[in-house]
Design a protein around this ligand. Structure first.
Ligand code: HEC
Ligand code: HEC
Ligand code: HEC
Ligand code: HEC
Length: 418
């Protein structure tokens, strides 16, 4: 009898393991101390994950021809960038992003950073944020960045995403935790599936620095659509009026930052519960062992593991589909960027016309601020439209319309001079 019960129990456990458990990879938990940020130390215990993490050091173009991990200047193919960001740091340097291990090096090397840059800039570049925030609180954001350099010992490493004691996923960026809280979401209660995107949402998002405190804030209180984030900025939160004043058009401009997390959220994949990690950190196999790839790069290098777990089409079909989506977005992004550049020019010239109607001109500047935001929120996103194809085309369509309206309004203000 007892034997039968034991056999039944074992049977239940086997069935449970086979059907109920998620297909997780197996690993032996090591006891890594809380203050250990060196990925090589973590790597001694988790060699497969570490080895794949090291691949983030490789640099090569992406299979789609967009993105990629080489440091190319975006303004080579998009010269309108130099006009639209005139008067601010992104016109000095704006390179393609590359792998996580380069985050600190690229921060130090970019011409966008000066000795006067605030400490807030390091928020998304280093795991040492954890101890720096612990000792200084948000005060670190105001500290001059070069003063923090000696404390920034490691770039984006294991500790940014994992609790060393349990290896559970975790989020450590206080700006993310606070922004989610303001949306009524307690990240401590997140499911494992949600955490597979939240770890990336710590950094791959739109943000601004609050005036005075320099605190990092994500503008999500009204929602994460381009229109909703714009509406948030229109209320001039904590007196935040502009990122910079454009020297030609004299419009108060906003600079958008890499909103991958926001763009993905309302997409077909986001709404179907497909996480960032599903595509960018797929399960792979080595010597019969299944583990999570930590080579966080273009999923089109691993189409079989990244896409074909769900999709039945061939790898070639999927690549062509991605390229078509990106080609469509690229085409409209160029049109929008150029329409915006032209509006800067027309408004700038209208401003010099004697007897220009100032109220009308102010309206043109407001339209331009919004048109550029709608262009930039797509241009600054790193998937070239793939993360949410229909939303991206809608956003660019609106940008083009508003840019034309801005130029027409300026022309009217200048009594049809142009
Ligand atoms: C950008 C975030 C991120 C970073 C950085 C990161 N990981 Fe992970 N890691 C993940 C995700 C996502 C998973 C999948 C977890 C899940 O689904 O429960 C994972 C899973 C794991 C697992 C569980 C076994 C497996 O393969 O699924 C181990 C062990 C691990 N990572 C080790 C490391 C080590 C070691 C480093 C540093 C060299 C590291 N991770 C860096 C996000 C990250
Ligand atoms: C601590 C902040 C942070 C976290 C967490 C983070 N990223 Fe990044 N990510 C960055 C930064 C910064 C860069 C650009 C680094 C550079 O160019 O030097 C980057 C670059 C990338 C790239 C470009 C790589 C290349 O080779 O072109 C991809 C893809 C990426 N991240 C995806 C993800 C995904 C997916 C996650 C979550 C699993 C994630 N990131 C988590 C900050 C972060
Ligand atoms: C359905 C799969 C899928 C999901 C889900 C997904 N991505 Fe992507 N991502 C892609 C593809 C495809 C590209 C384009 C790659 C290319 O052009 O080679 C991309 C590009 C990127 C890039 C630019 C890479 C580069 O080479 O510069 C970043 C960064 C990125 N994704 C981050 C994220 C983040 C963060 C999330 C979650 C909020 C996410 N992705 C969700 C498929 C996905
Ligand atoms: C975890 C499952 C899953 C993964 C992984 C996944 N997808 Fe999807 N994908 C879906 C679902 C669900 C849909 C919605 C349509 C459907 O039900 O077939 C979808 C729709 C699409 C669409 C059409 C919708 C649109 O936004 O244009 C494309 C294209 C696509 N996926 C490409 C990819 C590519 C490329 C990858 C890998 C980088 C990928 N998918 C990874 C589940 C997935």
């Amino acid at each position: 009898m007892l034997l039968l019960v034991v056999a039944a129990l074992i049977g239940v456990v086997i069935i449970f393991q086979a059907f109920v458990r998620k297909p997780e990879s197996q690993f032996k938990l090591a006891n890594i101390p809380a203050g250990e940020f060196d990925p090589a130390v973590w790597g001694k215990y988790y060699p497969l994950q570490y080895e794949s993490y090291r691949k983030n050091l490789e640099m090569s173009p992406s299979p789609t021809g967009f993105g990629g991990s080489e440091k190319v200047q975006k303004s080579v193919l998009e010269p309108e960038i130099l006009i639209n960001f005139k008067g601010m740091a992104f016109s000095k340097e704006y390179t393609e992003d590359r792998g996580h291990p380069y985050a600190i090096q690229d921060l130090k090397e970019t011409k966008r950073v000066t000795p006067a840059s605030p400490g807030a800039c390091m928020t998304c570049k280093t795991a040492n944020l954890i101890d720096i925030y612990k000792s200084k609180g948000w005060q670190y954001a105001k500290t001059p960045l070069p003063e923090l350099y000696p404390l920034m010992k490691h770039p984006i490493v294991c500790a940014n995403c994992h609790d060393p004691a349990t290896m559970n996923l975790r989020v450590v960026n206080p700006a993310f935790v606070e922004a989610m809280q303001r949306r009524g979401i307690d990240v401590k209660k997140a499911t494992r599936e949600e955490m597979r995107s939240y770890v990336c949402g710590q950094c791959h998002v739109e943000y601004y620095f609050e005036p005075e405190s320099q605190k990092v804030v994500f503008p999500w209180e009204k929602g994460v659509l381009p229109e909703q984030m714009y509406a948030y900025y229109q209320e001039r939160p904590a007196g935040f009026d502009q990122d910079w004043l454009h020297p030609d058009s004299q419009a108060k401009m906003l600079k958008a930052q890499h909103p991958e997390f926001e763009t993905w959220q309302n997409s077909v994949h986001g709404k179907s519960g497909v996480s960032c990690a599903d595509c960018h950190m797929p399960y792979v196999r080595k010597h019969g062992r299944k583990y999570t790839s930590h080579w966080v790069t273009s999923p089109m290098r691993t189409t079989k593991e990244s896409c074909m777990t769900c999709h039945t089409q061939s790898a070639e079909w999927l690549l062509q589909r991605v390229k078509t989506i990106q080609g469509n977005a690229w085409q409209l992004q160029k049109v929008a960027g150029q329409a915006v550049a032209r509006a800067h020019d027309v408004i700038g010239k209208a401003g010099n016309v004697a007897g220009v109607k100032q109220a009308e001109l102010a309206k043109a500047r407001e339209l331009l601020r919004k048109a550029q935001w709608f262009w930039d929120i797509v241009a600054a996103e790193n998937s070239m439209g793939f993360h949410n194809p229909d939303q991206v085309l809608n956003t660019l369509g609106q940008s083009i319309d508003m840019a034309h309206q801005a130029a027409a309004t300026a022309n009217k203000a200048a009594n049809g001079a142009f």
